[in-house]
Design a protein around this ligand. Structure first.
Ligand code: 5GP
Length: 297
């Protein structure tokens, strides 16, 4: 039989090897510091889980649990097995169910994470809110709320991922049971933020982001004075007109209606705590991260 030749590993230069060693050393120091902080109850394991540094995200969950005062290796293993989390699982690989399960264990141990803040992001259609949201979905410090809506799913959308798609009846029931933190009518459909999940994720130390329209933002303002309201504005009105015009599929009437709505939405910017101009998505994201983390102090 023919043997396939495996390529040789790339040869690293002395410089590269030194840099690798340095970065591995830095990662070890960062991990040791986090473990020490957990072991002295300076931070909760959730503060560590929400730490975006790659060195911490790569850390094993087991190691983190072991660091909790009074836990140690045997109990840490038991917790992982009880909660059906693989012993080799790393922080970055923890799913929502596992995070909630760990929260229960930590609750029993009475070490609370810092509560996450509530951040509302609004802005006119076409300003790029969904791209910003996509970035923040990949940031361990944030959790993006999944809204409930009565509108039909678009072809690429999935139930439970983009929205929870429900009937008018079900939406009525949810209102009656006071299950929404806010809800509003928009373009012929209803949209609402499920209250329970928002509270749960904030308890897990995540900054919860709501990407909602203006009416909903106003309701949040009234209910929760500590919420941070951020308005995303286009670099200029012309730019927004171009973006809306380039959406392609709209009829001229529909485009006019979108523009009229955008004009109205732009007029409400002054009701928000901050306005961020979307020149470039990375810039907006880093400003949002700074604002959210400023709230932690
Ligand atoms: P779309 O149908 O294009 O996904 O969303 C239409 C509008 O509804 C957007 O402005 C979006 O921000 C807003 N929206 C999405 N979810 C919610 C929600 O839970 N509450 C409110 N008030 N608006 C929402």
């Amino acid at each position: 039989m023919k043997k396939s030749l495996r390529p040789l590993p790339p040869q690293l230069s002395l410089e590269e090897r030194r840099a690798n060693l340095e970065s591995a050393k830095r990662a070890r120091t960062e991990r040791a510091k986090v473990k020490e902080e957990v072991s002295t109850s300076k931070i909760s394991i959730f503060d560590a889980i929400n730490d975006p540094r790659p060195s911490i995200q790569r850390m094993k969950v087991l190691e983190l649990l072991e660091a909790i005062p009074g836990v140690g290796p045997a109990r840490a293993t038991l917790i992982m097995e009880k909660r059906k989390i693989s012993l080799s699982r790393r922080i970055s690989g923890l799913g929502p169910h596992q995070l909630r399960a760990l929260r229960k264990e930590v609750g029993i141990m009475k070490i609370d994470p810092k509560r996450g803040s509530l951040i509302v992001m609004s802005g006119p259609g076409g300003v790029g809110k969904s791209t910003i949201t996509q970035y923040l979905k990949n940031d361990p410090r944030f959790w993006v709320s999944i809204s409930v809506t009565t509108r039909e799913p678009r072809v690429t959308e999935k139930h439970g991922v983009d929205y929870f798609f429900v009937t008018e009846n079900k939406f009525d029931q949810m209102i009656a049971k006071d299950e929404f933190l806010e809800w509003a009518d928009f373009a012929g459909a209803r949209y609402g933020t499920p209250r329970e999940a928002v509270g749960e994720w904030r308890d897990l130390g995540k900054h919860v982001l709501l990407e909602i329209e203006i009416e909903g933002a106003r309701q949040i303002r009234e209910k929760d004075q500590s919420a941070m309201l951020i308005f995303i504005a286009p670099p200029s009105w012309e730019e927004l007109e171009n973006r809306l015009a380039n959406r392609g599929t709209d009829s001229p009437e529909r485009r006019e209606a979108r523009l009229a709505l955008a004009r109205e939405e732009m007029a409400s910017a002054s009701e928000f705590d901050f306005t961020i101009v979307n020149e470039q998505v990375e810039g907006v994201v880093s400003q949002m991260v700074s604002l959210a983390t400023a709230l932690e102090e």
